[in-house]
Write a protein that binds this ligand. Sequence first.
Ligand SMILES: [Zn+2]
Ligand SMILES: [Zn+2]
Length: 137
Amino acid sequence: MIPGSCLCGKIQYELSGEPVNAVMCFCNNCRKTTGSLGMANSWYTKQNFKFTKGADDIRTYEDHATDSGATVERSFCPNCGSPLVAMNAKYPDLVIVTYGTMELGEGQTWKPGMEFFCKRKIEWLGTPAETRKFHEL
Ligand SMILES: [Zn+2]
Ligand SMILES: [Zn+2]
């Protein structure tokens, strides 16, 4: 079990089981929504994700203008603004959970298996050689 929360702690969740995938996405919208180089996240099945606090408070932005063309529902804490989870209409059974909000314990780590939109990745950023890299999605 991996717990997670936003910056202010108003929204909390729990992950169980293994993620389906671990991804870094460098698309324009993931950069905008994080304010950073891209988004690092793990994909969990819906049954392996649950909110433990603040589920009714979470706000969702429907992102229609994605690079991939798929609608992405991006959910965030209305108090501190942390992006927590996203749902991609292309993968309705999965919850995309932001790496930065996971509270990994001692000895637990996170590593991407795939990278999307590498064409938008900043030139100097090094990532593991063995990830499957996609020019787009
Ligand atoms: Zn918060
Ligand atoms: Zn993206």
